[in-house]
Design a protein around this ligand. Structure first.
Ligand SMILES: CC(C)(COP(=O)(O)OP(=O)(O)OC[C@H]1O[C@@H](n2cnc3c(N)ncnc32)[C@H](O)[C@@H]1OP(=O)(O)O)[C@@H](O)C(=O)NCCC(=O)NCCS
Length: 158
């Protein structure tokens, strides 16, 4: 199956909003009044829709909190329910990294993940560098969980 990233379209905003809201389950800190809209419409963010050859939407990816002077940004990834547990999160993450480096010309990508979250597993699988650990950042289901901070540098600039 061929998956491509296209600029997010108006009809994809609800899916993106739903995925961002769902992602709060894995947020490094317990979310309070989680509102996806400011994240999706922030000027320093780029959101893309992942589609199959038939233009079926499989997920939404993005880079947000972009610092233009530093050419850095924070990664985000979501897969729609129908397409989950097939390894697509890593596929979308790989496509997003390539897009960020080759199309947006970013230098440094970061991924801030709750320990044992799906995206922390994807970060390891995509060979992001584990730069740090924030101990006991979130109290979830009766236990303290850590934050893992990953980064990936543009391979053309290391
Ligand atoms: C999280 C999400 C992107 C995973 O997508 P997916 O395509 O099902 O993920 P994959 O099949 O590629 O699995 C990636 C890894 O995460 C693990 N994983 C997937 N869903 C998981 C879950 N609900 N709980 C714990 N681990 C999970 C998989 O086992 C796999 O780990 P492995 O490589 O060690 O086996 C998808 O469930 C989603 O979009 N959720 C809503 C938004 C969200 O939570 N975003 C990310 C926040 S961390």
């Amino acid at each position: 199956m061929q998956i491509t990233l296209i600029p997010i379209r108006p009809e994809d905003i609800q899916t993106a909003s739903d995925l961002l809201f769902e992602a709060s389950e894995w947020a490094p800190r317990t979310p309070v009044n989680m509102d996806p809209v400011p994240i999706l419409f922030a000027q320093n963010s780029v959101w893309l829709t992942a589609v199959t050859e038939d233009k079926e939407v499989v997920g939404i990816v993005g880079v947000h909190g972009i610092s233009f002077p530093d050419r850095s940004g924070e990664l985000a990834c979501g897969v729609v329910p129908k397409w989950r547990t097939q390894g697509l999160a890593k596929t979308l993450a790989d496509l997003l990294h390539t897009y960020c480096f080759d199309t947006l010309n970013l230098h440094r990508l970061t991924s801030t993940c709750l320990q044992d979250s799906p995206m922390s597993k994807v970060a390891f699988a995509c060979n992001l560098v584990l730069e740090g650990r924030g101990c006991h950042s979130r109290f979830k289901n009766g236990e303290w969980l850590d934050t893992l901070s990953f980064a990936l540098l543009n391979p053309r600039e290391v």
